[in-house]
Design a protein around this ligand. Structure first.
Ligand code: NAD
Length: 479
């Protein structure tokens, strides 16, 4: 069965698109076409941005509690569609259903509820007076305006909602552009928004690829851009926003390190590392794919990582026992395969995987792969692969482990694995990244997430994620 949508969610209704062009969506596990949506033209973006601009005038003036009520209705409507969202995401990008059920099904409505609660308690005005004898200054938080939210395909609903929920909670309005590979779940979002009676124009969804994304980013009616995606696209968007002096947040690529200390219990470490390094088949920005092993235990760690990876079930993304699904597309699989070829050519040694699984004839599957004999400067150890490929790299002592972890263009995540929490904390404090996990890595909606260096600018989640949609105004008084 294919899902066919023929209209775009703009200004609170389904609007006919400007052109008859369509985007086809395929199942990563079967390669079959599973849906089709209209492809937006610049005119559709103009209509969406204009609707968001009109809606901003009233939405931004609502009492925060009234906005929060709308977000709670939206959360409930989306929650009723959690299974559908999870299933669609798994079909589109190959995410194992056990992950999408939580991250993509339950995550977005949870985020809406979190930001609804935060909107109710966030003080929007405070009074200050630093100089005795002068008047009080009223410092106000005001929503920035129309937000262009651009999402990638790897966690499509969650990453879109990491922008939509705080933006709407702050009083901003949104035009979302999802990735063409995973556009179907955005239509579920639209259906939930309609059922929740979200006021017209508060959320609008346009479709398309990089060209329509560029058009949206530079649109004169947009006041802020929130982007998650690759570092090259982020640099382009950052340059455009720099020229326009337009606020922008950029959540970009990563190449995170897993530092295994010499005291680590390897059984417990492997159980946690499977998720920390290979969640969503390695198609995860924060995945700890550079595994740093102490020289004295290098072979032991390499064997343990190899055995752990060999034990992971590979299969259809809708099978609840699957841990490694297919990659999102034929192109992404070829890209990962070319990194594997480069790894071998540069002298690293494959200990498991490296090929397409012989038993799975359809779908963009690739065996999870481990490389030993990897130096920190090998291409596979420095560039983001975005697939199920791990590199095990030796280090001599903790000082060198931290140096290797920090010797990266990126600074998004990372983990440390140890029996000694304090040693782990010291490593966590020393690695230059926006987040870090001790003996595991799980995002917390209440804590900021984002990158340093080429992993981006700005933070999402937590109160910091809400603050990103406010600008402050100081009103000086004589009173
Ligand atoms: P991508 O950059 O190719 O595309 C992301 C989105 O941006 C898509 O919707 C795309 O159509 C649009 N786009 C691309 N170029 C654009 C441009 N110049 N202007 C405007 N829009 C543009 O990324 P992808 O391949 O979809 O996703 C994978 C990348 O995303 C990886 O590098 C990954 O690390 C990164 N990512 C980062 C985070 C994070 O929070 N830091 C989270 C998930 C994914």
């Amino acid at each position: 069965m294919t899902l066919t949508h023929s209209a775009l969610y703009i200004d609170g209704t389904w609007q006919s698109p400007t052109t008859p062009d369509a985007i086809s969506v395929h199942s990563a596990s079967t390669e079959e076409k599973i849906g089709s949506v209209p492809d937006s033209a610049p005119n559709d973006v103009d209509t969406a941005v204009a609707a968001a601009g009109r809606a901003f005038r009233t939405w931004s003036r609502l009492a925060p509690a009234d906005r929060a009520d709308a977000l709670d209705r939206f959360a409930a409507a989306l929650g009723r569609r959690a299974d559908l969202t999870a299933r669609l995401v798994s079909q589109q990008n190959g995410m194992p259903i056990s992950i999408s059920t939580v991250a993509e099904g339950q995550g977005p409505s949870g985020l809406l509820s979190y930001y609804a609660a935060l909107a109710r308690t966030t003080e929007l005005e405070e009074h200050r007076n630093a100089l005795a004898g002068t008047g009080t200054t009223i410092v106000r938080k005001e929503p920035i305006g129309v937000v262009a939210a651009i999402a990638p395909w790897n966690f499509p609903s969650l990453l879109a909602m990491m922008k939509i929920a705080p933006a709407l909670a702050s009083g901003c309005t949104v035009v979302l552009k999802p990735s063409p590979e995973t556009v179907l779940d955005a239509f579920v979002l639209a259906e939930a928004a309609m059922e929740a009676d979200l006021p017209a124009g508060v959320l609008n969804i346009v479709t398309g690829g990089p060209d329509i994304g560029k058009y949206l980013v530079a649109h004169p009616g947009v006041h802020k851009v929130a982007f998650t995606g690759s570092t090259p696209a982020g640099r382009h968007i950052g340059a455009t926003c720099g020229q326009l002096l337009r606020p922008v947040s950029l959540e970009l690529g990563g190449k995170s390190a897993a530092v295994i200390l010499d005291d680590a219990d390897l059984d417990a470490t492997m159980a946690g590392l499977a998720t920390a390094s290979l969640i969503n088949t390695g198609q995860t920005c924060y995945a700890s794919t550079r595994i740093l092993a102490p020289e004295g235990r290098y072979e032991e760690v390499l064997d343990a990582v190899t055995a752990m990876v060999e034990s992971l079930p590979v299969g259809d993304s809708l099978d609840p026992t699957t841990f490694i699904g297919p990659l999102v597309s034929a192109g992404q699989r070829e890209r990962v395969e070319s990194f594997i070829a480069t790894g071998t050519a540069e002298g690293a040694r494959i200990t498991t995987g490296g090929s397409r699984p012989r038993t799975l004839e359809r779908g963009w599957f690739l065996e999870p792969t481990v490389f030993g004999n990897v130096s920190a400067n090998h291409t596979i150890a420095t560039e983001e692969i975005f697939g199920p490929v791990l590199s095990v790299i030796p280090y001599t002592d903790e000082v060198q482990a931290i140096a290797i972890a920090n010797d990266s263009e990126y600074g998004l995540g990372g983990t440390v694995w140890t029996a000694d929490f304090d040693r782990g904390l010291e490593i966590a404090r020393s690695v230059d990244t926006g987040s870090f996990g001790i003996n595991g890595y799980t995002l917390d909606f209440g804590a900021p997430f984002g990158g340093t260096k080429a992993s981006g600018i700005g933070r999402e989640l937590g109160p910091e994620g809400l603050a990103a949609y406010f600008q402050t105004k100081s009103i000086f008084t004589t009173a």
